[in-house]
Unconditional design. Sequence first.
Length: 102
Amino acid sequence: MNQLLDLPLLGLEETIPDTLFVLHHPASDRYGCFCHEGVHGLACFSTEGGACRFAEWIDLSGMRTVELNFDEARDVAKSRPLPVVSLMLLDSLNNPVIHYIR
């Protein structure tokens, strides 16, 4: 007899918000990025405060938070050179939500 197991799909409940905050350095056109377990991504946050706290780790003065919608943030991530391959929601640095863009 076949039996179906009622198990949740991992990661299905994790979503990236429609409004995101990223860090941008206008003078160099650089953006804040992060590497998690070998995956490089554009760092994004659901709150401006999260982005500001992350900026404290970056040794580059003049970083600014920019509010973008999901599609805009995805386009910024796509425009970054390799090895950036994702948009990375870093509300939890130990457990980022990764959206691959290439």
